[in-house]
Structure formats: structure tokens, C-alpha cells
Design a protein around this ligand. Structure first.
Ligand code: FAD
Length: 552
């Protein structure tokens, strides 16, 4: 060992080192005036939602926002949900866990997320009142009671999406399942399993089996179509194999729509192909019928051809038709009276700023970009088609004309979808109908694709300009929608694509080849590599071993 003499200089050196370190540390810890000033200057941004729009906004903003913005995110859902695969999750083709990603993995450390629901936006005081709802299902009560708190904002981003529209049809709430959330998908999966287990019990009669195993999907849009297709796959590829007591004749899948084909927003030839494929797959299409009421075990529909009421029995009915304004957006619109008149979403300008405000942005399903020329253009298209100049045009001709230009004016898709089928339309009636629609239509469709692009655009806008809630600079770029086409799964590994105008040739690619394209796209579009691998694995597992039909 070293002697005491040798140790002395070492101790002095140690003491000096320690003092030096403490001084340096103290300097480092002392508040940096510049940093403090900058902290105070940060714009307080509150983001409502963790869906397609909000997540894409946060991702686009992430690399550079620290210096400029203090970001707080509020949503009752602490994960991003890949909604296009909800029909597949509802039938066990993919695991629900594979299509969700924790929102915190998309956030910078300086950004705070609160698991709560925004209850009210106070425009005058620039505050959002939020509530953390006490979970009711826990035996161990952590929260005690609902926790209500306020968040102040300089700039607010509303990305709360929309809610399912029941169109006030009596009996929908209480008798139907919905497909909007991960919980909805889980509930449908459990219900389908329970129906088969009950039908399989030794004392179940043929009548019981027929009642239990009749599924009705209300709505022929992409969600309803994909769900009917996935249900059909599940039943024929798996359930029939495992439930020998159940006969094919015990099962029915019916899909109801008010048009004369499903996927009415798609190109007509594609919609016709999908309709034909469904008929051949054994799905019973009840078309040209409007749902008037839903009762305990039957749907009452009005056949628009014969004008007669029909009854469609069901064991399980899933309602997938349309969306309407989120209650939070409704309350915000009420405070901005005179500027907001839509029933479906908040009216925003081309930079996604809510009309009547200078500090609130809205995007995705929660927003409608103000209409411009689309209605006068729809009228011009009518004139163009009316070659006889007698003021009349058939529904089919008008729809075809409208859909031709859907790439330039995506709103034409919704106008076309609302043209009554099989009629001779009068120009004046069409003009009046357009004036009515003007109040409710969106300028871009309510899709994940739009919400994602808007989120990306807004994130970039926030990066390029230091926004402080006093409006936008004159030179701020406007949002431009770039349609990449729409895909829909139609069952038996087949899919269709409405590619829009730029890649119109792709509309001829249907069936298995497009089915492969659909699966690849669903994998590629996942929120993270982890989800991409999980979905790919699920697709492969289902193909090789069938779906997991256990209750867990
Ligand atoms: P959402 O993604 O719905 O997100 C809304 C967010 O707001 C959620 O995080 C929610 O928890 C949160 N929120 C709700 N209330 C509050 C509140 N009070 N306070 C704070 N936060 C709140 N689109 C496509 O383009 N392709 C498809 O294939 C496709 N398939 C679909 C299939 C199904 C079954 C469904 C339901 C939709 C599908 N869509 C598809 C549409 C697409 O999901 C929506 O257009 C998209 O989710 C809209 O994004 P958003 O960010 O506006 O809203």
C-alpha cells in the first residue's frame, strides 16, 4: 500500500477536482436566462385526439418543435388505431393488438399526453376543459372520482374525428353493433363466437340456429362491404370446419343499401364487379332499400322500387352507415354562430383554420374545407350530359359524368352517391338538391388518407412558421389533397381499387392480384415497424392455421 506521505498530494488533487466539479455543476444548473426566456415565449399548443390526423400532425412536427412549441395532447385513447383493418380485427383475421400503437411512442419527451376527454372548448378564455373518467370496471379504484381539469392554449388543434350517424332511425341504438373503435371490433368478435357456440348446443333447434346465425350489415360503403366480406370468409373458412352441427343453410349474411349496388362511391364498373362477386359468394344483397326502423330481431326496410315495407330478420345487426359531427365540435360551432352551419363537421379554410377563429385548427373527419366551385361544376356537368337539351338526364348518366372528375373535385363522389337511382332527373330538381347538399357536404372525403395528409400538412405549417395564435402569415401554403385512390377488400382474398384519374388503368386490376396489393398496402401503412411485422404475421398465420376462434 502507499504511505500517508504519498497519499497527501492525491487527496489535495481529489479535493480540487471535487470543488471544480461542483462549481461547473452549479454553473450548469444555474438557470440560463436565454433558455428561460425562450421557454416563456413558447406557444402553448393543445392537440385534441390521437387518431389519423393528430398522429400524423405530431409526427410531422416532432423533429423541430421543441424550441417553438409547448405541446399537450388530450385523448381518451392512449393509442393510435389503424381503422382500415377493424373489419379484419372484428373477425379474428388480425389481432386487435397488432393494429394499435401506443401514442407515447410517437411523442417527443417534451410533449405531454393526458388520457382524458375534452368536454368543452372555451373560445373566449382560450381554455379546454377535460375529464379523466374514472374507469368503472376496476375493482381497485385508483382515481376515486372523475378528474376534471383545464388546459390553457395559444393554439388549438381539433382532431377528434366524427361519430357514427344513426340518421335518427328508431331502434338503431340498443339493437345494433357499431364498428368504429377497437372495443367495437372486440364486441363483434365475441358476439359472433357466442352465436356459434349457442347454435351448437345440443338443444338448439334448426329455427334457433337460423335465427342466431343470421347476420345483417346495414350500409354498402367500404366499411360495411369489408365487414360482410370478412364475416363470409370467417364463416366459410373456419366456423363451418369447427361446428359440424351447423349447416350452410343455417347461416345468412345480408347487406342492406339504398343504392342499386354496393361501394356506390367507387367507379361504376368496380362497384358492379364487387356487387356481382358478393352475389356469387352467397352474400344476400338487399339493395335499393332504405332502413326505416330496427327492432329487436328484425330490420324494417322500404323497398324504393315497389314502395313497400319489408322485414329482414337478424340475430346480429351491425350498423356501418355514415358519420356525423362530434359533440365537442358541435359545442364549438355553437360558440361561432354565423360562421359554422354544417351538420357534419367544422368549416375550415384552405389552411385548416376553423372559420371565425384565428387560433383553432381542425382536420380529418372533424373538418370540412369550405366549398368552392364544386356545385357550379356539378351543374355544368349536368348541362354537358343533357345533349337533348330537354332539361332531363338519367341517374346513371349523371353519376358517370360526376365520377369522371372525382380526382379534381373529390366532393363529386358524395354528390354522385346521393343521386337517386333509376330515375329521370330534372335540371331544376337537381339544382335544388345541390343547394341543400351545399350545407352538409365535405370538400374532401372523410378518410384516413385525407386526415393523414392534413396532419402532415399542418405539422409542416407549424414548423415553417412560428404560430402564436394570432393568425397565419399571408404567404402560408394551402392544403392540397392528393388522392391515392381507394381500396376495398371483397372477400376470398380478392380486392378492388378505385384509383382515381391519374392511374385509371388500375381499375381493371381486380380480384386476387389486387387482393395481394390490398394486403401489402395494409401492412405498409401501419404506424410502426412493430405493427407491420405483427400484421404480416397475422395474415400469414390466418392463411396457414385459420383464425383464432377462442373467446380470449
Ligand atoms: P380518428 O382517427 O377517428 O381519431 C379521433 C381521435 O379523437 C381518437 O383518438 C379519439 O380517441 C379522439 N377523441 C374522441 N373524442 C375526443 C374528445 N372529446 N377529446 C379528445 N379526444 C377525443 N379510411 C381510409 O382512408 N381507408 C380505409 O380503408 C378506411 N377504413 C375504415 C374502416 C372503419 C371500420 C372505419 C370506422 C373507418 C375507416 N376509414 C378508412 C376512415 C378513417 O378511419 C377516418 O377517416 C379517420 O380515422 C379520420 O381520422 P381523424 O384523425 O379525423 O379521426
Amino acid at each position: 500500500g502507499a504511505s500517508d506521505q504519498d497519499a497527501k498530494p492525491l487527496r489535495w488533487a481529489g479535493l480540487l477536482g471535487l470543488t471544480g466539479a461542483l462549481v461547473t455543476g452549479a454553473i450548469a444548473l444555474a438557470p440560463d436566462a436565454d433558455a428561460l426566456q425562450q421557454e416563456q415565449k413558447k406557444t402553448r399548443v393543445v392537440v385534441l385526439g390521437t387518431g389519423w390526423g393528430a398522429t400524423s400532425f405530431l409526427n410531422a412536427l416532432k423533429p423541430k418543435h421543441n424550441a417553438q412549441y409547448d405541446i399537450q395532447v388530450v385523448s381518451p385513447r392512449n393509442y393510435f388505431l389503424f381503422s382500415p383493418l377493424l373489419p379484419a380485427a372484428a373477425t379474428g383475421t388480425v389481432d386487435t393488438k397488432s393494429i394499435v400503437d401506443p401514442i407515447r411512442s410517437h411523442l417527443d419527451k417534451s410533449c405531454n399526453y393526458y388520457k382524458a376527454e375534452a368536454l368543452q372548448i372555451n373560445v373566449k378564455d382560450k381554455k379546454v376543459t377535460c375529464v379523466y373518467e374514472k374507469p368503472t370496471w376496476r375493482t381497485c379504484d385508483l382515481a376515486g372520482k372523475d378528474r376534471v381539469f383545464d388546459l390553457d392554449y395559444d393554439v388549438l388543434v381539433v382532431a377528434v374525428g366524427a361519430v357514427t350517424n344513426t340518421f335518427n332511425v328508431p331502434g338503431v341504438v340498443g339493437n345494433c353493433f357499431f364498428l368504429k373503435t377497437a372495443e367495437d371490433a372486440k364486441a363483434i368478435r365475441e358476439r359472433v363466437n357466442a352465436c356459434f357456440e349457442l347454435a351448437n348446443l345440443p338443444d338448439s333447434t334448426e329455427e334457433d340456429r337460423k335465427r342466431l346465425l343470421s347476420f345483417v350489415v346495414a350500409g354498402g360503403g367500404p366499411t360495411g362491404t369489408e365487414l360482410a366480406a370478412e364475416l363470409n370468409d370467417l364463416i366459410h373458412e373456419d366456423m363451418m370446419r369447427y361446428f359440424p352441427r351447423v349447416q350452410a343453410s343455417d347461416i345468412s349474411i345480408r347487406q342492406i343499401d339504398s343504392h342499386d349496388h354496393i361501394l356506390s362511391a367507387f367507379d361504376r364498373s368496380i362497384a358492379a364487379y364487387a356487387t356481382d362477386h358478393f352475389r356469387r359468394s352467397g352474400i344476400d344483397l338487399i339493395l335499393n332499400c332504405r332502413i326505416k326502423a330496427v327492432e329487436e330481431n328484425r330490420v324494417v326496410v322500404l323497398d324504393q322500387g315497389s314502395n313497400e315495407l319489408r322485414q329482414v330478420p337478424f340475430g346480429t345487426c351491425i350498423w356501418t352507415t355514415g358519420i356525423r359531427m362530434h359533440p365537442l365540435s358541435e359545442k364549438l360551432a355553437e360558440q361561432l354562430q354565423g360562421e359554422q352551419e354544417h351538420w357534419r363537421s367544422l368549416k375550415v379554410d384552405r389552411r385548416l383554420m376553423v372559420k371565425g377563429t384565428s387560433d383553432i385548427f381542425a382536420l380529418g373527419d372533424a373538418a370540412t374545407i369550405e366549398q368552392e366551385k364544386v356545385f357550379s361544376h356539378a351543374e355544368e356537368l349536368f348541362e354537358e350530359g343533357d345533349t337533348n337539351h330537354d332539361g332531363n338526364l338519367s341517374s346513371a348518366e349523371l353519376q358517370e359524368l360526376l365520377l369522371k372528375e372525382r380526382k379534381k373535385y373529390p366532393q363529386l363522389i358524395e354528390i354522385a352517391a346521393r343521386v337517386p337511382p333509376n330515375k329521370l332527373l330534372n335540371r331544376e330538381d337537381f339544382k335544388n338538391a345541390l343547394a341543400e347538399l351545399d350545407k352538409s357536404l365535405r370538400s374532401v372525403p372523410a378518410t384516413a388518407q385525407v386526415a393523414h395528409q392534413q396532419g402532415h400538412y399542418l405539422g409542416k405549417l407549424f414548423r415553417q412558421h412560428h404560430l402564436d395564435g394570432s393568425g397565419l402569415p399571408e404567404d402560408a401554403a394551402e392544403f392540397k389533397y392528393n388522392s391515392k385512390g381507394s381500396l376495398a377488400y371483397i372477400g376470398s382474398d380478392k380486392a378492388v381499387m378505385d384509383p382515381g384519374e391519374s392511374m385509371a388503368f388500375l381499375k381493371y386490376v381486380k380480384g386476387w392480384f389486387m387482393g395481394f396489393g390490398w394486403k401489402s398496402a395494409e401492412i405498409a401503412m401501419q404506424a410502426s415497424l412493430k405493427n407491420q411485422l405483427a400484421v404480416m404475421y397475422d395474415f400469414m398465420k390466418t392463411k396457414m392455421f385459420g383464425r383464432d376462434i377462442s373467446d380470449i
